[in-house]
Design a protein around this ligand. Structure first.
Ligand code: ADP
Length: 548
């Protein structure tokens, strides 16, 4: 800007000088020409007087710097102070002569391009009708200019330097205050008086920008707070698949470092599924992918972001579906197991019933067959009951209100119910400990204790022993059942709590097991916020505890 102002000012200075010089010269030249004419007029006046008095003789001995010509009324040159009058052409047609003959006086000028001279003529009519003309030759404007070239050049150089200096100073003076202006906080002082509207506008705009920035910052903070508190991964990309924004959950889920957050989103995950979902979203379609590693399973959902019908980017949301997938797998496995477990007794029942229906069973055996059908039906019933209990626990279908339950009395009650089964195999049962109360759901606790004591009897040796103990342990309660039974092989000890897992399938079936008893215990314990502990020595016995 300074350079532009300098150039313009400098140019204006030079142009002004040249125009002024030309006008000055023009005016000066006109002035001098008028002066010359008036000198010629006065000379013509007194010479005419002389000629009128003395005639041609007046010219004799007359000294004059100007050329004098005496012309007759018909234009014949009677006398000329420079040339030979006789050889000169007729002057009747000369402008100044014609004017003088008609009006009494006349003037004209003649320009010589060869000599760059200008001759000025002034003529007066004498009383006898003749005309006296005085002529003076002077330099033309061009000649004057040519003559002035050298001084003019010096003056021009001087003017150039002066203009440059002044233009530079002026440019700095104009731009100085503007350059010093603090655009972030413009202040009005005396040097900026002329810029007041600009300063006011700047202040206004600064205030607007500041409030907009604050608003934007607030919105950004809100957005960050929301996305950072999301357990789901969130990624925003542009139409070129470059990451615009992401939250820390996205980095954690995709196991990426913050430096991978810039540039292409594919730096965060290079799997073909991820790329396919991103491509799909950027082409305007909803995309989904399941991203898995050894431990986790994540679902990626990619949705296009559009503006004016154009896809301008995409939003990627990644959810941890590990638990859901695990549950789905368990459910699928459970359904397959249930179908299988239900089918076995049903097949037996159907087979026995078919034989009876077709009269293929001898009358003395019919009772035995009916007994088998009854046994299988009982197994089916207990299986269905166990499944119902388990699904109730799964769904949390029990009343959420917990009430104090006295475990010692409850254990006694359950042991009484199982006394006949124990007696059958000559197994002794003992209850030790003290009255101990826990907060829980009686029905579930009953089920858990029943299953565990039942197992201790079922998997015991004939004449073995079962000991139940209830005791306070620190701030909690430990309920334990120990037996002197067959024990559980070490390899199976981790798996006995799984649904339908049985160490010896046929033995378990024989003794009426469903493979769900310990699962119910495990879920029941979890429902009460308790944990289960199992220790077993194959061939010696097993001990299972519930620690509340
Ligand atoms: P089941 O209905 O077959 O008893 P459970 O879930 O109660 O099913 O137990 C799973 C498996 O754990 C049983 O089949 C059995 O092999 C083993 N088991 C459970 N309790 C004991 C125990 N006290 N002693 C030995 N083995 C046991």
């Amino acid at each position: 800007m300074t350079a532009k102002i300098f150039r313009s000012t400098f140019l204006v200075g030079i142009l002004s000088f040249l125009v002024c010089a030309a006008m000055f010269m023009g005016v000066l030249y006109g002035y001098f020409e008028n002066r010359v004419y008036s000198e010629l007029k006065s000379e013509a006046g007194y010479v005419a007087q002389g000629v009128e008095d003395a005639g041609k003789n007046y010219f004799r001995g007359l000294k004059s710097d100007n050329r004098l010509t005496w012309v007759a009324a018909d234009g014949t040159v009677l006398y000329d102070s420079v040339g030979d009058a006789a050889s000169m052409e007729n002057h009747a047609q000369r402008q100044e002569i014609r004017e003088a003959l008609t009006t009494g006086s006349g003037k004209s000028s003649h320009y010589s391009t060869v000599y760059l001279e200008k001759t000025l003529y002034y003529a007066v009519k004498l009383t006898d009708g003749t005309v006296l003309r005085v002529a003076c030759t002077q330099n033309s404007v061009a000649a004057i200019i040519l003559g002035m070239v050298s001084p003019m050049c010096w003056i021009l150089v001087l003017v150039l330097i002066l203009s440059a200096l002044l233009a530079s100073r002026l440019a700095k003076r104009i731009t100085g205050p503007i350059n010093r202006l603090d655009l972030d906080d413009p202040k009005l002082d005396d040097s900026l008086k002329e810029l007041e509207p600009l300063v006011m506008k700047l202040r206004e705009q600064n205030a607007t920008i500041r409030s907009q920035m604050e608003e934007l910052g607030k919105k950004q903070r809100e957005f960050t707070t929301i996305t950072e508190n999301m357990s789901e991964g969130f990624i925003l990309i542009d139409s070129g698949a470059n990451t615009l924004s992401y939250n820390s959950s996205a980095l954690r889920i995709l196991d990426s470092a913050p430096e991978d957050g810039g540039g292409s989103v594919l730096r965060l995950n290079r799997s073909p599924e991820f790329r396919r979902a991103v491509d799909s979203a950027l082409s305007g379609e909803h995309g989904e992918a399941l991203l898995t590693d050894e431990e986790h399973c994540y679902q990626l959902m990619a949705n296009p972001v559009t503006a004016d019908g154009q896809v301008t980017g995409a939003v990627l949301v990644i959810m941890d579906v590990t638990e859901k997938e695990r549950r789905d797998a368990l459910r699928r496995e459970f359904t397959a197991n249930v179908s299988h477990e239900l089918k076995t007794p049903l097949t037996s029942i159907s087979g026995f019933a078919e034989l009876l229906k077709n009269g293929l069973v001898a009358p003395d055996k019919q009772r035995e067959f009916a007994g088998d059908i009854y046994d299988e039906s009982q197994r089916l019933i207990s299986l269905v009951e166990d499944i119902i209990k388990l699904s109730k626990l799964d769904e949390g279908a029990f009343p959420p209100e917990m009430a104090p339950v006295e475990l010692y009395a409850l254990s006694k009650e359950v042991m009484d119910r199982l006394e006949p089964a124990a007696k059958k195999r000559n197994i002794s049962m003992e209850l030790t400990g003290e009255c101990t109360t826990v907060n829980g759901v009686r029905q579930i606790l009953d089920e858990m204790i029943y299953n565990l004591i039942d197992n201790a009897i079922k998997y015991n040796k004939d004449g073995g022993a079962v000991t139940v103990s209830v005791k306070q342990e620190g701030a909690g309660v430990r309920w334990t059942v120990s037996d002197t039974g067959i024990g559980i092989p070490y390899a199976s000890q981790d798996r006995v709590f799984e649904r339908f897992y049985r160490v010896d399938k046929s033995h378990s079936r024989e003794i009426g097991g469903t493979g769900l008893g310990l699962s119910i215990v495990k879920h029941g314990a979890r429902y009460h916020g308790a944990r289960t502990e199992l220790s077993s020595t194959p061939g010696e016995g097993t001990s299972v505890s519930i620690v509340f």
